[in-house]
Design a protein around this ligand. Structure first.
Ligand code: C2E
Ligand code: MG
Ligand code: MG
Length: 709
C-alpha cells in the first residue's frame, strides 16, 4: 500500500506512485487473464482434438495425454497418474499390465499399429526442446480399410487377368508395356518373366520372334509392324498364324490416354470345330459320307454338265433287314454294320462317282459318265453281290441284302429332286417285286406308288378313327364236340375301297408301325367281347412280329386283361414264326412274360415257314395251328395227309394242342378226326362273323343260348 501524502511534493509523488501501482496492477491482471484464456483455448483444442496427443518429458514420464489419447490406450490414465516412465515400460518393466506395455511400445516409435479393438493408428513423434517428445496418434482405420479394399481389388484384377482365356497386353502412349498377363506368354510359348511391364512394343515383338513364331521376318519387319500397330489408329482385329500351326485372333483397341490394349485369343480349336461343323453340314457323322445336301449339289453339278458329256445315273439303295438287326442286336452293332456297308459301297464306285447316306439305311450313288443303262446295271449287280456277303463285326456275323432303284439322267429327270424321287419309286417297286435286286425307273411305276401312298394315308386315318371291326371265327373242339373259343380277326370297311383284307393292310400297318396301336385295340376289343361269352370259351388274338419289337406288348396284354377282368387262361395269342426269326433272348423273355400272365401262346400257320420245326424247340407253345394250305390238300394224293398226320403226332407227343385251319368240307373234317386232331376251324363251321352273331352261333353249336349274358 502507498501511504497517502499531503499536498506537498511528497504527496504528489506518493499519488503518482499509487497511480503507477494501480496501472501496473491493472496491466498485470489484464496480462494474466489474457494468458489464462490462451491456455484454456490451447487446452480445449488439445482436449477436443481427433488426434491423440501424448507429451513425454525428458525423464520418459508422461507429462500430458489428451482425451483422445486416453481413449486410444487403455491403461494410459494410470500411467499418467502413477508417473511411470514410457521408456522403462517399453523396455519391459516387470509386472506392468500388458495393455500398458503395448501402449508404451506404440508411443516409443513412429509407424502404424493396430489396436486390440481393431483400429489402426499412425504414430508420429517429434522431439521437444527439453529432451522429451510429443507423440501424435491419428486414427487411420478408414484409410487402412480403403487400402485393404484396393489391395483386394488389385488381387482380383490380377487373378482375373491371369485366368483369362485370352492373352492381354496394355501399352501406354509411349509404347511401353504396362500390363501383361500369364496367358499371353503361354500363347506365344515364352518363358515366364520374359515379357514384363516397362518393355517397349518392339522388345515384346522381339521375344515372339525369338520363340520362332515369325519365320521369314526379322527385326526390321517387327519395327515396321509395331509402327503399323500405332499408325493403324482406331481399333482393328486380325489373325496371326504361328509357325506351330496355331492361329491367334488379335484385337487392338486404343485407350483414352493414347495407348492401346491388345487381346490375343488362340482360336485354333474353334477354327477346327468350325471346319468340322462345316464338314458335318455336308456329311453324315456316322459314315463320313456326303449327306443329302452335298449329294444334291453334286447331282446339280452333274445336271449342268450333262448334254455336253455323257449321261449319269442316280441310285437309291436300301439295306434289306437292317431294321431287325438294329432293333435286336442294338445300335452299336447297327452303327458298325452301316459303316461297313458304306465302306463296301465306296469300294464299288469309281473316284468320279459319289456315294451319300440319305437316311438310316438309305444310301444314294451318283454314277457319272455312263453311256448305256447296262453301265448302271453292271454297278448294281456288283453292289448286290458285294453288299450281300456276310459282315464279320466285332461281336456278330450278319448278312444283309440290298435293294436298288436306278434312274437315268437326263432321260428320267433334270432336277435332283425328280431324279431321287424316281430312283426311290424304282426302289419301292423293286422291294415289292424282289428284294436283293435292282430296277430301273419306268413312268408307270409312279402311278403304282401314288396308289400305295393313298392306301397308307387311308390306313393312318382309319387307325386314328378306329374304323375297324373285329369278327370272330369259332374254333371247334372235336373231343367235346362243341365250340371252345373264337379267333378274333380284324376287318376294315373303307367307304370307297369296300372291305379290305387283312392280308393286304396288316403288312402295311406293320411297315408303318401302326400295328402297335391297332394290335392293342384288337386285344382290348377281343378281351372285352370274350367276357360276354359263357365261361370257358377262349379268345384267340393274332399278334404281329412288329409288336414284339415294341416294349409295350406285355404291358398291353396285362392292361387288357386287367381292364376287362378276363382270366388270363382264356386268352390265346397267335404268333407266326416271323416273331422267332430274329430270335433273341428278348423275344423268348417276352413270350415267357406273356405266359406268366396266364395267356396261352399258339404257333400260327405251322408248316409254311422255313423251319417251323426248329422253332418248336425255342419255346413251349400251347398250341400248333396247322396251316390251311395243308388242310386244303388233305384229300389230294401228294403226301399232304402224311405231313398232317406227322404234325398231329408231333403235337400230341409235345403235349401241344393241334388245331387245323381252313376246314371247308366234311371230307377234310373226317380225315382230321380220324388222325386225332384236337380242334378245327373253317368255313364248314362258320366264317368269321360280327360279335352280334355270336350268341346264335354258340346256341347252334353248343345249344346253350340261355347261358349267354
Ligand atoms: P390267320 O391268323 O391264319 O387267320 C386265318 C385266316 O384264314 C383268316 O383270314 C380267316 O378268315 C381265314 N379262314 C378261316 N377259315 C377259312 C376257310 O375255311 N377257308 C379259307 N379259305 N380261309 C379261311 P383273314 O381274316 O383274312 O386274316 C388273314 C390273316 O390276317 C390272318 O391269318 C392273320 O395272320 C392276319 N390277321 C387278321 N387279323 C389280325 C389281327 O388282328 N392282328 C394281326 N397281327 N394279324 C391279323
Ligand atoms: Mg391266326
Ligand atoms: Mg393261320
Amino acid at each position: 500500500a502507498v501511504p497517502t501524502g499531503g499536498r506537498d511534493e511528497l504527496g504528489a509523488l506518493l499519488r503518482a506512485m499509487a497511480t503507477m501501482r494501480d496501472n501496473i496492477q491493472a496491466m498485470m491482471e489484464r496480462e494474466v487473464s489474457q494468458r489464462r484464456s490462451a491456455e484454456t483455448l490451447l487446452a480445449d483444442a488439445l482436449q477436443s482434438s481427433r488426434e491423440g496427443v501424448v507429451v513425454v518429458d525428458a525423464h520418459g514420464r508422461i507429462a500430458l495425454a489428451n482425451a483422445q489419447a486416453l481413449q486410444f490406450f487403455i491403461g494410459l490414465r494410470s500411467a499418467v497418474e502413477i508417473g511411470s516412465s514410457v521408456t522403462a515400460l517399453a523396455n519391459g518393466q516387470a509386472d506392468a499390465p500388458a495393455a500398458l506395455v503395448d501402449c508404451a511400445r506404440t508411443l516409443s516409435r513412429d509407424g502404424e499399429v493396430q489396436l486390440a479393438d481393431g483400429r489402426w493408428l499412425r504414430v508420429s513423434r517429434s522431439a521437444t526442446q527439453e529432451g522429451g517428445f510429443v507423440a501424435v496418434c491419428s486414427d487411420i482405420s478408414v484409410l487402412k480399410e480403403q487400402e485393404a479394399g484396393l489391395t483386394q481389388t488389385n488381387l482380383r484384377l490380377d487373378a482375373a487377368l491371369d485366368n483369362m482365356s485370352q492373352g492381354l497386353c496394355l501399352y501406354d502412349a509411349d509404347h511401353r508395356l504396362m500390363v501383361v498377363n500369364r496367358r499371353y506368354g503361354e500363347i506365344y510359348n515364352l518363358p515366364p518373366g520374359s515379357v514384363v511391364p516397362g518393355m517397349s512394343v518392339v522388345s515384346v515383338l522381339e521375344r515372339s520372334l525369338g520363340a520362332g513364331h515369325h519365320p521369314g521376318s526379322g527385326r526390321v519387319d517387327l519395327v515396321r509392324e509395331a509402327e503399323a500397330i500405332f499408325a493403324a489408329g482406331p481399333d482393328r482385329t486380325y489373325f496371326q498364324e504361328l509357325a506351330n500351326g496355331r492361329v491367334v485372333a488379335i484385337e487392338q483397341r486404343t485407350t483414352a490416354d493414347g495407348g492401346f490394349v491388345a487381346t490375343f485369343d488362340d482360336v485354333t480349336d474353334r477354327r477346327k470345330a468350325e471346319a468340322r461343323i462345316a464338314f458335318l453340314a455336308h456329311h453324315d457323322a456316322l459314315t463320313g459320307l456326303p449327306n443329302r445336301i452335298l449329294f444334291s449339289e453334286q447331282v446339280d453339278a452333274a445336271i449342268a454338265q450333262a448334254g455336253r458329256s455323257s449321261g449319269f445315273a442316280v441310285f437309291c439303295l436300301d439295306l434289306d433287314d437292317f431294321r431287325p438287326v438294329n432293333d435286336t442286336l442294338g445300335h452299336v452293332v447297327g452303327d458298325e454294320l452301316l459303316k461297313a456297308a458304306a465302306n463296301r459301297i465306296e469300294a464299288c464306285i469309281r473316284e468320279i462317282d459319289t456315294c451319300a447316306r440319305l437316311g438310316s439305311d438309305e444310301f444314294a450313288i451318283l454314277q457319272r459318265g455312263i453311256d448305256t443303262a447296262e453301265d448302271a446295271a453292271v454297278l448294281a449287280r456288283r453292289l448286290v453281290e458285294v453288299l450281300g456277303a456276310p459282315y464279320v463285326l466285332s461281336s456278330h456275323t450278319v448278312t444283309l441284302g440290298v435293294t436298288l432303284g436306278i434312274t437315268l439322267a437326263p432321260h428320267d429327270g433334270t432336277s435332283c429332286e425328280k431324279l431321287l424321287k424316281n430312283a426311290d419309286v424304282a426302289l419301292a417297286r423293286s422291294k415289292v417285286d424282289a428284294r436283293g435286286s435292282f430296277r430301273f425307273f419306268e413312268p408307270e411305276m409312279d402311278a403304282r406308288l401314288q396308289a400305295r401312298r393313298l392306301f397308307e394315308v387311308d390306313l393312318r386315318e382309319a387307325v386314328a378313327n378306329e374304323d375297324f371291326e373285329v369278327h370272330y371265327q369259332p374254333i371247334y373242339c372235336l373231343n367235346a364236340e362243341r365250340i371252345c373259343g373264337f379267333e378274333a380277326l380284324l376287318r376294315w370297311n373303307h367307304p370307297v375301297r369296300g372291305r379290305v383284307s387283312p392280308v393286304e393292310f396288316i403288312p402295311v400297318a406293320e411297315e408303318l408301325g401302326l400295328i402297335v396301336p391297332l394290335g392293342e385295340w384288337v386285344l382290348r376289343r377281343a378281351c372285352e367281347e370274350a367276357t360276354r361269352w359263357p365261361d370257358g370259351l377262349k379268345v384267340a388274338v393274332n399278334v404281329s412280329a412288329v409288336q414284339f419289337t415294341s416294349a409295350s406288348l406285355v404291358t398291353a396284354v396285362r392292361d387288357a386283361l386287367q381292364a376287362t377282368n378276363l382270366a388270363g387262361h382264356r386268352l390265346e395269342l397267335e404268333i407266326t414264326e416271323s416273331v422267332l426269326v430274329a430270335n433273341t433272348g428278348a423275344t423268348t423273355a417276352i413270350l415267357h412274360n406273356l405266359k406268366m400272365l396266364g395267356a396261352r401262346v399258339s404257333m400260327d400257320d405251322f408248316g409254311t415257314g422255313y423251319s417251323s420245326l426248329s422253332y418248336l424247340r425255342s419255346f413251349p407253345f400251347d398250341k400248333i395251328k396247322i396251316d390251311q394250305s395243308f388242310v386244303r390238300d388233305l384229300c389230294a394224293e401228294d403226301g399232304t395227309e402224311f405231313i398232317v398226320r406227322a404234325v398231329i403226332g408231333l403235337g400230341a407227343s409235345l403235349r401241344m394242342t393241334t388245331t387245323a385251319e381252313g376246314v371247308e368240307t366234311e371230307a377234310q373234317l373226317a380225315k382230321l378226326r380220324a388222325e386225332g386232331c384236337d380242334e378245327v376251324q373253317g368255313y364248314l363251321f362258320s366264317r368269321p362273323v360280327p360279335a352280334a352273331e355270336l350268341p346264335d352261333l354258340i346256341a347252334h353249336w353248343n345249344g346253350a343260348k340261355r347261358a349267354i349274358a
